[in-house]
Design a protein around this ligand. Structure first.
Ligand code: ADP
Ligand code: MG
Length: 260
């Protein structure tokens, strides 16, 4: 059965201020969606809300994944259901290699599904990790690096994509806020997504810049403005944005933004 992430009329407040004002979005396994929009319109807020960040208060609406209401699940439970959020573990963990971290993450996921699970054996894990690294054309020595310690922007992205490959989620949400300026990081994410994309994986890639879409061709493009998705179309919408910027969207939807 195809896994689906459904967002219905989602309203989210941060510190009492309403940021998302009724977002509707459906992402299915096997589809690549790009969520674009000017800065400060709520794209990252949507990503944090999907992750279950405590600061983001759902005031109305629903998020449903595989038929399960996400609103009351903690981030771990969401991840175990098969939802991947790129910035789940943004911190450096001194003394923990990327390989060990990935094994712990896989085992936590397995144990979440079956409390008696003994975890993946070390030989099996090594074989799996090598396969994934070869697929992504990453050097094996990278997995021995301590997690995020002294990682460049590109290496952080590489670690993120390897985590995505190892956890094999049904739907991945990637917020590319900071990589907008770094072409190396952008290429790593794009080629990772292109390699891993297929019928088993749905992707929601959040980006301010059209540039990453020169490397990934999305099936659907959505534009967020002032806490709502105001336009949805195919890849041609991103091309239109590259040519015309966001101004026409603002003009077209100005009337919608009047508070009632
Ligand atoms: P985008 O990712 O589209 O640039 P954000 O979701 O980061 O937009 O931000 C949308 C709005 O919400 C902005 O006005 C921002 O200031 C506010 N906001 C987001 N996160 C927080 C937070 N943690 N605390 C206070 N305000 C926030
Ligand atoms: Mg953002």
């Amino acid at each position: 059965m195809t896994s689906t992430l459904e967002i219905h009329n989602l309203h989210v407040a941060v510190e009492g201020k309403e940021i998302l004002k009724g977002v509707d979005l459906i992402v299915k396994q096997g589809e690549i969606h790009a969520l674009m929009g000017p800065n400060g319109t709520g794209k990252s807020t949507l990503a944090y809300s999907l992750m279950g960040h405590p600061k983001y208060e759902i005031t109305q609406g629903r998020m449903i994944f595989k038929g399960v209401e996400l609103n009351d699940l903690d981030p771990d439970e969401r991840s175990r259901l098969g939802l991947f959020l790129a910035f789940q573990y943004p911190v450096a963990i001194p003394g923990v290699s990327l390989a060990n971290f990935l094994r712990m993450a896989i085992n936590a996921q397995r144990r979440g599904n079956d409390p008696d699970d003994k975890g993946i054996s070390i030989p099996n894990f090594r074989v799996m990790l090598k396969e994934k690294m070869d697929l992504l054309q990453m050097s094996h020595e990278f997995a021995g690096r301590y997690l995020n310690e002294g990682f460049s922007g590109g290496e952080k992205k590489r670690a993120e994509i390897l985590q995505l490959a190892a956890l094999e989620p049904d739907i991945a949400v990637l917020d590319e806020t900071d990589s907008g300026l770094d072409i190396d990081a952008l290429r790593i994410v794009a080629s990772g997504v292109n390699t891993l994309a297929g019928p088993e994986l749905g992707v929601l890639i959040i980006t301010h810049y059209q540039r990453i879409l020169n490397y990934i061709r999305p099936d659907f493009v959505h534009i967020m403005l002032d806490g709502r998705i105001v336009e949805s179309a195919g890849a041609e919408l991103a091309e239109h944005l590259e040519e015309h910027g966001y101004d026409w969207i603002r003009e077209k939807h100005n009337g919608d933004l009047v508070e009632v």
